[in-house]
Design a protein around this ligand. Structure first.
Ligand code: 9YT
Length: 132
């Protein structure tokens, strides 16, 4: 059994911020834990507009705090409100934007798991990195 708190992840290499500083991701479960998924708490800054495209991963996102919008760029910009209790599942690797009207806090699950060293490329894609 593994037990972790976000407090003990804060300030370690399991806490990741992109170059633009728009969000912080605390990696609670990573590929190295060898359970087939990774589990993150992501906080997105209020007022930011973020484009992501997980071409190599499926991601489920459960919003627990904040208000914003999710825009599906593969469906002509179809827009969904984001509020606590909303879940979105990128089961089609959809390119998308997340607009944060207020700070957003979300719980994210990735399959295959993120190993922790991935950085979004210019298209917002994480490379596929596997655990040995
Ligand atoms: C919602 C989203 O995709 N945010 C980007 C960060 C990602 N969730 C991560 O690496 O934890």
């Amino acid at each position: 059994m593994i037990v972790r708190t976000t407090a003990e992840i804060t300030g370690t290499d399991r806490e990741v911020t992109p170059e633009n500083g728009n969000w912080v991701s605390k990696r609670i479960v990573l590929g190295g834990d060898r359970v087939g998924f990774s589990f993150h708490e992501t906080t997105i800054k209020a007022g930011t507009d973020n484009e992501f495209h997980y071409a190599n991963h499926v991601e489920a996102v459960w919003l627990v705090e904040g208000e914003g919008e999710l825009i599906d760029l593969t469906e002509g910009g179809k827009t969904y409100p984001l509020a606590p209790g909303t879940m979105y599942l990128l089961n089609g690797h959809e390119r998308h934007r997340v607009l944060a009207r207020t700070q957003l806090r979300m719980l994210c699950v990735f399959n295959p798991p993120v190993v922790g060293t991935e950085v979004h490329d210019a298209d917002g894609v994480y490379p596929l990195v596997t655990v040995d």
